[in-house]
Design a protein around this ligand. Structure first.
Ligand code: IVH
Length: 662
């Protein structure tokens, strides 16, 4: 089929946009990457031979423009305002009551639209005749920096708006985010290349957007979530979010209308509990009066609307002073420098120790004893020193250097070339033995309640245990006679130890403490081999999806190690027999149900969601039919959702699905 180049270019652009939208927003690609590349190359070739036909909305223009010096600034069409904060539930209640008064709606439940408060970089996008024409940072609220070329590289920013009857001028405001999963990898790379690591994903997003060379930005995993729409009128905020989704934007996956103070408060608490399951950082929830006419009635203060509030979560970063650095020896012999801090509250918990990761990190961040530092703690993740406040130095701070011998057993420290970590290679190192037992007994492993750091030290000291298998040989009488150990706590501990003999296989594999085998890999291995015997007999792992060569090598080393083999034989002789994988069931929430997933889930990957449904007794399917029992609709769910509605099938939002999983 031959076409005029102009028409062919138009057709290719439309088709590529459609595929990109399916791929990045709907998570439902309909062609292979290779087919996409072929179309893309055809377009590139046509544009190369007809440079006058290169269009601003062409996907080839995402790739990046040439380096420019600095950024031009431009005035916002309307100032970018900020939000008033509520720091806790009490202040949120005050906000609600104030809206009740101003709207003269005492007693009647008031409707708010809730969204995530994205912790990224605010950005305003202007679309002229459907095409992205300009992107500005928030700047000072009045004027922003022009970052159009960089924003074009973000795959979830539509270069052309989808849908019909799009007004000629549309402005979309939202937040650019750096995905958490990619954050650690970016920092590791920066450290390796001699660049300073970013303190948090927000700074990474900001740094990535401010690259003068947009090829650089193009390599960064940025996402854009839209939260307000100017130039298209709607009667409710929720409706304008739906319009944004129809235009092709990602919106907050939890967006919904809540009614009344009670539901508002519940939503806020639920937000705090679930924030860490998200793929990106949020620092709270935003509640916006849903009724646009009422918004108009309430109006604005100097810089913020009276009809909206940012309900903030407890902060995850705090400042404190670094008093010293100690070394912790882990179960694998890895030596981790630990910051001893003046105690400080972070994320609602007092923190006095934080990891400094490794020597390289300390050197890179130039961390000195006596420094004022930023401590960051995310959910259950170990608190870490994220940055130094260099401007707070007074000259008394002291540099620190890594010891040359293991502080526990005195053996020389080794450091392999490919490994940024120093380690103690002494098999008999006492710290390793303790670390190994503690890892085995941890909640996500063998879950032996009562076998914490203190009791392991006591048991070792009194020779009641000597190594890992020996915990299954503890003598009841000797245990109950230990100082500060009563009959009851002895009984409880032994019962917990007995119970741990039959934990599910994936937890047992994790409990073994094989290098590079975390909870996720342990689950993969259990699913693959089903029984402990099959796993122990295996020597080939590279063909298993998700198991990389380094992990495979480490598993083989473990399985071939004669000391480990003796240990496993002793465990078996003592009656340790993990449950085979098939026997696993987390409950029957989805028993007999066929579930279809559609759209983008923000809190978990598709395979994880499917695995959870299966573990809870359900089946998953890729297409909607009369046999479908439930459909889970993530952000920007498309035709499957329409079909499910037609057939009258129950539709769950992502948050309802998460509730069922709990
Ligand atoms: S609405 C007039 N919605 O929070 C309403 N802002 O202090 C203005 N932000 O810099 C903003 N998530 O970038 C809105 N769902 C959300 C948001 C959000 C994050 C940021 C925004 C602004 C700051 C407001």
């Amino acid at each position: 089929m031959t076409q005029e180049p102009e028409n062919r270019i138009a057709a290719l652009i439309a088709e590529l946009h459609d595929h990109a939208h399916r791929y990045y927003v709907l998570n439902q690609p309909s062609i292979s990457d290779a087919q996409y590349d072929a179309l893309f190359r055809e377009l590139e070739e046509l544009e190369r031979t007809h440079p006058n036909l290169v269009r601003g909305d062409s996907p080839t223009q995402r790739v990046g423009a040439a380096v420019r010096a600095g950024f031009e600034t431009r005035k916002h069409r309307e100032p970018m305002l900020s939000l008033n904060n509520a720091m806790d539930e009490h202040e949120l209640t005050e906000f609600y009551q104030q809206v009740e008064k101003l709207a003269a709606m005492q007693g009647a439940p008031i409707e708010f639209c809730v969204e995530h408060k994205f912790d990224g970089v605010a950005c305003s996008l202007t679309y002229e005749r459907e095409v992205l024409a300009q992107a500005l940072t928030r700047g000072d609220g009045e004027n922003g920096e022009v970052i159009t070329d960089n924003v074009r590289t973000i795959n979830s920013v539509p270069l052309r708006l989808r849908g019909e009857n799009v007004p000629d001028l549309v402005e979309v405001r939202g937040e650019v985010l750096f995905l958490r999963s990619a954050f650690d990898a970016l920092n590791a790379e920066r450290i390796a290349t001699g660049d300073d690591p970013f303190v948090n994903p927000r700074n990474a997003a900001s740094g990535s957007l401010r690259q003068l060379d947009s090829h650089e930005t193009a390599g960064r995993p940025l996402s854009f979530f839209a939260y307000s729409l100017l130039g298209v009128s709607s009667t409710s905020h929720f409706e304008s979010l739906k319009t944004l989704a129809n235009f092709g934007f990602l919106i907050s996956p939890i967006a919904k209308v809540v009614s009344g103070l009670e539901e508002m408060r519940r939503t806020y608490q639920h937000g705090i509990e679930t924030r860490h399951a998200l793929a990106y950082d949020i620092d709270g929830l935003v509640f916006k009066l849903n009724d646009v006419a009422l918004q108009g009635k309430l109006g604005y203060r100097q810089r913020s609307p009276r009809w909206a509030i940012a309900a903030k979560f407890p902060p995850e970063e705090a400042f404190t002073t670094l008093r010293g650095i100690t070394i912790q020896t882990g179960r694998t012999g890895a030596l981790t420098p630990v910051a001893e801090l003046d105690p400080v509250a972070v994320g609602g918990v007092m923190v006095s120790r934080a990891t400094l990761h490794n020597e390289e990190m300390i050197r890179r961040k130039d961390i000195r004893i006596g420094d004022r530092v930023v401590v960051r703690r995310q959910g259950d993740v170990i608190p870490a020193v994220a940055a130094v406040v260099v401007s707070a130095r007074n000259g008394t701070e002291r540099a620190w250097s890594f010891p040359t011998a293991c502080p526990v057993c005195g053996a020389a420290i080794t450091r392999s070339e490919d490994d940024a970590v120093q380690r103690c290679d002494n098999r008999e190192c006492g710290a390793k033995r303790i670390g190994r037992i503690l890892h085995y007994a941890a909640r996500s492993a063998a879950d032996i309640e009562g076998l914490g750091e203190k009791s392991v030290e006591t048991l070792l000291k009194h020779n009641l245990i000597t190594d890992l298998p020996s915990i299954y040989e503890i003598d009841h009488e000797a245990l109950s006679k230990l100082p500060s150990w009563g009959e009851l706590s002895a009984k409880k501990l032994l019962a917990a130890i007995e119970k741990s003999k039959h934990i599910p296989l994936h937890r047992f594999i994790f409990a073994l403490g094989i290098r590079h085998v975390g909870e996720r890999n342990a689950e993969v291995l259990a699913r693959e081999f089903k029984t402990l015997e099959a796993f122990l007999a295996a020597r080939s792992f590279e063909s298993i999806n998700d198991i990389g060569p380094e992990t495979a090598a480490s598993i083989i080393e473990f399985l071939n190690d004669s000391a480990e083999q003796r240990m496993l034989a002793r465990l078996a002789a003592l009656g340790v027999a993990p449950q085979p994988y098939e026997a696993l069931s987390l409950g029957d929430t989805f028993a007999g149900k066929t579930v279809v997933l559609t759209g983008t889930l923000s809190t978990m990957s598709r395979p994880d969601a499917e695995a959870k449904i299966k573990a809870l007794g359900g089946k998953t399917s890729g297409s909607v039919s009369k046999k479908t029992s439930l459909i889970v609709a993530g952000a920007e769910a498309g035709s499957k959702l329409d079909k499910a509605r037609e057939l009258g099938i129950t539709v769950l939002s992502e948050s309802e699905f998460l509730e069922m999983l709990q």
